[in-house]
Design a protein around this ligand. Sequence first.
Ligand code: SF4
Length: 363
Amino acid sequence: MTSETGAPAPTRVELLGLPAARLAAALAPVVDRPFRVRQVYDALYRRGETEFDAMTDLSRELRRVLAERCSVTLPAVADRRQAADGTTKLLLRLADGATIEAVDIPESRRRTLCISSQAGCGLACAFCVTGFWGAGRNLTAGEIAGQVILLRRLLDLPPTLNLVFMGMGEPLLNLEAVRDALEVLGETISHRRITISTAGVVPGIEALGRWPRRPNLAVSLHAPDDERRERIMPINGSYPLADLFAALRRYPLEPRRRITFEYLLIEGFNDAPRDADALARRLAGLPAKVNLIPLNPDPVLPDWMRRPVEARVDAFRARVERHGLTATVRRQRGHDVAAACGQLRAFGRDPRAPRSRMRGVGR
Ligand code: SF4
């Protein structure tokens, strides 16, 4: 692109998602005093202001220069659907046209946002509609934080929010951006209210364990043995259960924290009483809680994947609890707008379209 004079048009520096030190470096050519950088930082991340004009504590001249040289880009809303239970799913379009989804889940005593860390996912979990659509790309820290800033603006959200990385993508395969996003989101959301959910990326778990302020950790387990887990989660081939649990046992949990294990219940596959016993044996000695998720049916899933009846779900939970573990059942939220767990994908995609998958992960 060129300007009217024929010279290349200056590229604007994107500010959203930059943590304090990198924001200071990016602003160095236009902002000379540290407290001015802090004002921009607070405007972006404490007040969620994304228009320079709204940053009225800055001088008019500085706002003009910032608008000329910098940008703050939020995702655009491409579609918005609300389920009967109040769950809102947003399809968001990023600057390069990629689409992601974010979900607002109101509950009686808390409000949870479920956000994406990648546009698509290459891990190809057999039960997951996002995985069905194949790999996309990593989101930037700004695209991750932007989901929260946008949802706060669009929906009438309370100041205290819970945040879960359970939308599209595997957050531990996009660690740097997730870390930067958490740093800036940490201005308004305590790390204790943030949960990173992983399919079991062992190097990512080890890296997360070295962060000074660690969010909660959830692990998608879904089967108590390697054979069945690998059948529905190809990542198990790269990081089998022995490696995964060795990493989890080394993970430096803060006092009174537990690792959440998500366990999808699929009729006749992993929902028998002996599976509950095997699951409990697998978790023995770990500070753990179990979140049982009865499968959400979807036309793109294989026919053999069916949701167990409620009595079987309750029996499984009771059996797990007999081993002294805490187990909860995640009730279906937002199913009528395909916002339930494992159902995130770009709205309106043809479920008969061919799969594009990247099997496993590199190691
Ligand atoms: S469940 Fe998570 S890791 Fe697995 S394919 Fe879906 S988005 Fe990816």
